[in-house]
Design a protein. Structure first.
Length: 478
């Protein structure tokens, strides 16, 4: 089943037949062109027929030197099996470059696999040509291959940049296992973390989420003693696994049940505002376990069980009190001794994404030992503006945001870390796009906090307000 609806076909062809064919089609009203290969044809055939049935054609773009230089509408197509029947219909239209026999569609050793009946074959003006990277190809086929390839969308430059950024973040996460997204307030770090998890193939049940705060501790995250009441009995206390330990146990089960490494499902655990918690208190001995160099694979577990190698794991703080002994991690390690249970490790298929705001004054700096175990990626305000898709006058909103942030940087003591991100401007929908309401109710208070105790705070607020009111790019006038 196709994930996205096919919209047309692209094909790279740097030969020089197009100009002559364009003139011939102009004279005849239609023409026949052919390709010797088309990727996934039998998968996409019904979709192409459906497009022709619904709108009378599907689009074709010829690619030369990485840009679309010709476009046409394909109104019908045929392979060698159905060409005799199609040929009878096509002949009536007297198309240019038409052949009575399918075998005649050939050049040198190249022979046609598919023939297309086309209309409106025209050169694309240079200013309107589309770079091949802007085509989203079916099944993620490499767009540079010579075969004709189906595409599902043509994206904008902004969407391409967003796609490139997401790809780089996914590569950073998969290579490091642990990643922290930093950035100014409102840059959509949490939303981006969720999107990255989904792009890695995680379903909702394979995405964990927690938000750290100053009261959060080890007993919430890993394990601790919790009050329980069984029936009508008095309240007692029992050791209970925390959210991250439960998550890792679920990931481990999925890992061990996978038939091979390629089928191992990824699990992503998102920690929102990770720097607002007491990291050392929350993670405890897990500083070791989350280290990418100590993640546990199937091969390591097999070596542990066979005695070929001793696997280094940790025991959690309440190991001697745990209710189930041995636990899931002990069993995976091949440990059945009730006097040696309570082990814990993070399986290879668990990835951690944290989000943080460096300028949050409510927290101290992060532990260096913790920082060493994470890769960091800054999300800038102008990099993640996809959240504004669908907003009215999106360009003007972005202009206001950029103008405001440009002035924020000019104020002594402030930096890009103090920018105002796009999520603030999403609130415009709640105020029927009343920019004064957004300023007074959300942005002004944050700016006063930035400028607290500065002698020129009032003057700077006025400067920032004037920048905010400009809904055009700084180098443009409406």
């Amino acid at each position: 089943m196709e994930k996205k609806q096919i919209k047309g076909i692209i094909a790279r062809d740097n030969t020089n037949w197009q100009t002559e064919f364009e003139n011939a089609v102009k004279d005849s009203g239609c023409g026949v062109m052919w390709k010797d290969q088309i990727s996934d044809f039998w998968e996409i055939k019904d979709s192409l027929l459906r497009l022709i049935s619904q709108q009378g054609y599907f689009d074709f773009y010829n690619i030369a030197i990485n840009f679309s230089n010709y476009h046409c509408k394909i109104v019908d197509f045929a392979t060698t099996d159905d060409y005799p029947e199609k040929m009878m219909e096509w002949r009536k239209r007297n198309p240019a470059w038409f052949c009575e026999s399918f075998d005649e569609y050939s050049v040198d050793k190249q022979k046609a696999f598919i023939a297309f009946l086309v209309e409106d074959f025209k050169s694309i003006p240079e200013k309107n040509r589309i770079h091949i990277n802007y085509f989203i190809t079916y099944n993620k086929k490499q767009a540079w291959i010579k075969n004709a390839v189906a595409y599902t969308d043509i994206i904008t430059e902004e969407q391409l940049n967003r796609q490139i950024m997401n790809t780089k973040i996914m590569e950073l996460l998969t290579s490091n296992k642990n990643l922290i997204l930093t950035g100014a307030p409102g840059t959509g770090k949490t939303y981006l973390a969720q999107q990255i998890a989904k792009e890695l193939g995680c379903t909702a049940d394979r995405i964990g989420f927690v938000q750290f705060h100053p009261s959060y501790d080890y007993t919430d995250f890993v394990e601790g003693i919790r009050p329980v009441q069984e029936g009508s009995k008095d309240v007692g206390f029992k050791p209970k696994d925390g959210i991250f330990k439960k998550f890792c146990a679920k990931a481990l089960t999925a890992y061990l049940n996978a038939d091979n490494e390629a089928d191992v499902p990824k699990f992503v655990f998102i920690i929102d505002e990770i720097n607002r918690g007491d990291i050392s208190k929350i993670f405890g001995e897990l500083f070791f376990s989350i280290d990418p160099g100590y993640r546990v694979t199937k091969d390591m577990l097999d070596n542990q069980k066979s005695g070929k190698a001793l696997l280094m794991t940790v025991k959690t703080q309440y190991a001697n009190m745990q209710e189930k002994c041995p636990n899931a991690f002990d069993e995976a390690l091949g440990i059945n001794d009730v006097n040696d249970c309570g082990h814990f490790f993070v399986p290879e298929n668990v990835y951690i994404i944290g989000t943080m705001n460096d300028i949050d004054r409510s927290v101290e700096s992060m532990d260096f030992a913790f920082r060493r175990r994470f890769a960091f990626k800054e999300i800038k305000t102008n990099e993640n503006i996809g959240m504004l898709d669908g907003m009215e006058n999106k360009e003007k909103i972005i202009n206001r945001m950029n103008n405001l942030n440009r002035e924020i940087e000019k104020i002594e003591g402030l930096s890009p870390a103090y920018h105002i991100g796009g999520s603030y401007f999403m609130k415009l929908k709640d105020y029927q796009y009343d920019y004064d309401a957004l300023w007074n109710n959300h942005i002004l208070g944050l700016l006063w906090e930035y400028l607290r105790n500065q002698p020129e705070a009032k003057d700077n607020i006025a400067i920032l307000r004037r920048a905010y009111d400009k809904d055009y790019a700084e180098n443009k006038q409406e």
